[in-house]
Design a protein around this ligand. Sequence first.
Ligand SMILES: Nc1ncnc2c1ncn2[C@@H]1O[C@H](COP(=O)(O)OP(=O)(O)O)[C@@H](O)[C@H]1O
Ligand SMILES: O=C(CO)[C@@H](O)[C@H](O)COP(=O)(O)O
Length: 536
Amino acid sequence: MAEHAARRCCLGWDFSTQQVKVVAVDAELNVFYEDSVLFDRDLLEFGTQGGVHVHEDGLTVTSPVLMWVQALDIILEKMKASGFDFSQVLALSGAGQQHGSVYWKAGASQVLTSLSPDLLLHEQLQACFSIRDCPVWMDSSTTAQCRQLEATVGGAQALSCLTGSRAYERFTGNQIAKLYQQNPEAYSHTERISLVSSFAASLFLGSYSPIDYSDGSGMNLLRIQDKVWSQACLGACAPHLEEKLGLPVPSCSVVGAISSYFVQRYGFPPGCKVVAFTGDNPASLAGMRLEEGDIAVSLGTSDTLFLWLQEPTPTLEGHIFCNPVDPQHYMALLCFKNGSLMREKIRDELASSSWSEFSKALQSTEMGNSGNLGFYFDVMEITPEIIGRHRFSAENHEVSAFPWDVEIRALIEGQFMAKKIHAEGLGYRVMPKTKILATGGASHNRDILQVLADVFGTPVYVIDTANSACVGSAYRAFHGLAAGTDVPFSEVVKLAPNPRLAAAPTPGASQVYEALLQRYAMLEQRILTQTRGPPE
Ligand SMILES: Nc1ncnc2c1ncn2[C@@H]1O[C@H](COP(=O)(O)OP(=O)(O)O)[C@@H](O)[C@H]1O
Ligand SMILES: O=C(CO)[C@@H](O)[C@H](O)COP(=O)(O)O
């Protein structure tokens, strides 16, 4: 680290489902420091699996707020021990897993502003939260609240036109409504509600950070056109909600200077700016420098697919968020809950817990899997709402098992066919110049990316780090620094390294997948009809 000691830089943070990560990016936009703390491995005392606790009902999913605080302590202490020169940090920003919420207890603001540099954050913030287990994006326990909210504003499409999405169980407004209904005392003792992103920013600020427009779009509460809270939605969720949320701000806002705690304990310069934190998917859009026509696929704990949009066209599937780097524009997002954790399960069951064994199955089976198709949703999927494992032979007969290598290919092909079909449902079309930008943990796996290229019939590119949310956060910090002069984001990141080609479609792939995609869509409808009855 010593050789980099005098490099002026911005830090990018990511408080994601399974870990807290950080990168340092210098003024030439080179990443020169990366670190992470994995909750399941490094914070065993919290007993999480995949960073979360799944409750007995199988629907409620939470994470301990103090685990996130302690992870930040650990990573900062690691950076300090490695000789990281905090005095060179000009600004920082960050990202958080979307939709999760943190409930600050009355009096917490006082504690935040008077932190002692002699103690760690988690030692001082123990009593600051009115609930210790925060609902996170994997939670699907708020169906009643969703129906209530939609009914209040005139139905699912009306809510989507207003807030960018119909009501989704994980969206924060519905989670807040549930907390208010089930634990009114904790709600009334709450002085501030943060998203995971604005919570993390608040730690750095030493005061409550506002919620940014882009992550705020994942709450079913923000009017995405005029970027103010919807009074109708607030009223439907809980009383006095506006004062607990504070006013939302543009995503590139500088929300303040770093708190004296970090100056005194770690040696940050007092002028180090904190740029509003945002959601991990919006931050990834920034990190990948997405251009119009491109499609981003993030293969993290969740799989997500997102696009840059000029005009919002909210529907009943997927989400429209305010764009994190251009306040005039939008982004569309589809989220698939059965992402990496589902792949890990199949790997553990069939490939001796080894990604290289898993890859061998993809290498030894043919594109199209001889017509065998599979749906693998161990937890209730978001897009579409299906649960269970469903396998079909080339003749569309449901079968109970596949050979191990066919199963692995069916999983990966099925996951990517679902992405293509649902992206097309949002109006997306692959064009000759379209490229896919892949990120997230599984983007390290070339064999998985090859299937992605083949199913979409388009080349797949990666950036040098799979941590695009962190890198995007550091880029956004540079943008925040320059924003006073009205510089567009694209100008600030023009020096960033170009994405690298990771997989090109195999000749003949389009023909193979054209027919298979139609069958996949038809079988998906069949499963949906079997599980919830015919469409109205
Ligand atoms: N070589 C690999 N092949 C497939 N998946 C991988 C590989 N390496 C890591 N992963 C997956 O990446 C996931 C973590 O992705 P990451 O984007 O870091 O998660 P998050 O940001 O949601 O915490 C792990 O759950 C793991 O399954
Ligand atoms: O719910 C969503 C997006 O709507 C998820 O994508 C979360 O934002 C979690 O992200 P990862 O930790 O999987 O990156």
